[in-house]
Design a protein. Sequence first.
Length: 223
Amino acid sequence: MNTSTPGQDNQSLVISYLTLRKAIGFLGLLLPVILFIGGWIDTGHLGVEPSISDYYYTNMRNGFVGVMCAVALFLFAYLGYDPIDRIAGNLGCVFALGVAFFPTTPALQDPDITGTLHFVFAVLFFATLVFFSLFLFTRTGNTHQMTERKKTRNTIYHFCGYIMIASIVCMALYFFVLENKYDWLDDAHPVFFLESLALVAFGVSWLVKGEFILKDLNHKKEV
C-alpha cells in the first residue's frame, strides 16, 4: 500500500526534475573538458580537434557518442511542468541522437550527406537549447511571486541563450565567409572553441535551473 502523501509525491517529482536538470547541465559543461583531456592523454599533445564533433574520428569517439546519448536520454526523461517542456525535451533528444549517430564530415573532405545531416541536427540541437534558456526557463508559475533570485536566474538564462546564439552565428560566419578567406584560422580551430562556449552556456543554464546555484532562499520551487 502506498502511504506517501500527495505533497510527498510532488516533492519527489520536483527533486527528480532538479536532478535531471543538474545531470544535463554537468554533461554539457564537461563534454569539451572530457574530450580535451582524453585527447591529451591519448596523444600526448595539448592540441584540439577542429570541432567537438571531429573527436568522433579519434579514440575519444566513445566518449563523444556516450555523452551525447546520455544527454539525449535525460532530455527524453525530462517531463517539465507543461506539454511544451516535454515536446522540447523530445526534440532535443532526437537532435542529440542525430549529432551522435550521423558523424560530421572528416576534416579536409567535401561534405557528404551524413555530414550535412550532422550539421542540421547540431544546429537544431543548439536551437532547442536556446529555446529552453530564453523561453522555458524564464517562465514563472502563476502561483509564484518572482523573487529577486528568480530575476537573477532569468538574467543568467538570457545571457546563456544569447551566448549560444552568438556562438552559432559566429560558426556560420566562419563556415560560409571566413574559412575560405583566411587559411590561418584553420589552425586556431575556432569551431571547437565556439562549440565549447555554447556548451558551457548550455550547461550553466541547466545547472541554474536545477538549483545547483542561486536557489531561492525560501526554498519554494518555481517553474
